[in-house]
Design a protein around this ligand. Structure first.
Ligand code: 8YV
Length: 330
């Protein structure tokens, strides 16, 4: 009888989904949700044919070189900047992600964060909790309108388009966007979306929502020079990845009111947050929860498990990042 492959579930996960993996594999899981250092992760991967990972685990060339038996790394995330895909290709390792299942949930959150930012919801709640609400005032926490305003989207992929739909169809917003490539007319037309240069996007938008994947090319895509192009009344919302925005430059722009406010779900070096962002009032901060509904997190985990099972049992993984490495060596 051939031995069942061994896999690592690198973080705590839904118990029934871990059980589903146990039907196929020898599973080492991590119900205590310990965060592994690079060396600990490497030690845990010894003898493993596959890994169920999240965006917090970094799979780099060194790790892959140390584990030539590893054949599949299945990310419970749509973004995969934590995985060195070139190194996976070079070694014939399959990488998978979880697109589509989180699109609408993440767009809901992006829109909520943009609205909270424009209407100063967190800032006013903190004021109330501090017991400072003693009277009504004509300009108290006056923010800026969302309806009818110009929504600027940086990164018009699946999630960007879902945010644009909410803005255009639900709130009568004018949608402008910048992306590596322009959308086909049948995608632009229903949203009335206009493709513009990055500079035009920054100059014209009232509310900027950043949904661009992280890569060396998008590192600090929004830094001091870009923030300087925005209207002083504009807001910025980042639901993409830390590192797309220069957090220190953003904190300075917020402090000096060079833009009105920001909503951030992702941070450079998270879970650490730049101390200057913690001390400016006009920013809404959330701990990377844009995909966090119970239903969506289950769908993501289930899809990552489906990918791992298919990859190591000769099936067809539903959402491969680098399908060119298939079929995997036995
Ligand atoms: C995840 C995300 O929660 O899917 C992504 O790319 O950023 C989030 O949905 C996070 O990466 C954990 O895996």
């Amino acid at each position: 009888m051939s031995q069942r492959p061994a896999v690592l579930v690198a973080r705590a996960a839904f118990p029934d989904i871990v059980e589903r993996l146990r039907a196929h594999f020898e599973v080492e899981d991590n119900p205590a949700d310990q965060i592994f250092s690079k060396a600990e992760l490497s030690a845990k991967l010894a003898g493993k044919a596959g890994a169920f990972i999240t965006g917090s685990e970094r799979i780099d060339a060194e790790l892959l070189a140390a584990h030539p038996q590893l054949r599949a790394v299945c990310n419970m995330a749509v973004g995969y900047n934590n995985i060195d895909i070139d190194a996976c290709n070079a070694r014939g390792v399959l990488a998978t992600n979880t697109p589509d299942v989180l699109t609408e949930t993440t767009a809901d959150f992006g829109f909520a964060l943009m609205m909270a930012t424009a209407r100063r919801i967190a800032e006013s709640e903190h004021f109330l909790r501090r017991g400072e609400w003693t009277k009504w005032a004509y300009d108290m926490f006056a923010g800026s309108d969302v309806h009818g305003a110009t929504l600027g989207i940086l990164g018009m992929g699946r999630i960007g388009q879902a945010v644009a739909r909410r803005g255009a169809l639900g709130f009568g917003m004018k949608v402008i966007y910048h992306n590596r490539s322009r959308l086909a007319p049948e995608f632009e037309a229903p949203l009335g979306a206009r493709y513009v240069s990055k500079e035009e996007l920054l100059r014209e938008c009232d509310h900027l929502v950043i949904v661009v994947p992280y890569s060396p090319a998008s590192h600090h895509a929004i830094a001091a020079a870009e923030l300087a192009l925005m209207k002083p009344s504009a807001t910025l919302t980042n639901i993409a990845r830390g590192g797309v925005v220069d957090d220190a430059a953003l904190a300075a722009a917020l402090r000096e009111r060079r833009i009105a406010a920001a909503g951030l779900d992702v941070f450079e070096g998270e879970p650490k947050v730049h101390p200057d962002l913690l001390s400016v009032p006009n920013v809404v901060l959330t701990p990377h929860i844009a995909s966090a509904t119970v239903a969506t997190r289950r769908a993501m985990a289930s899809l990552a498990a489906d990918n791992l099972i298919a990859a190591l049992t000769g099936g067809t993984p539903p959402t491969p990042i680098n399908p060119q490495v298939l079929p995997l060596k036995a």
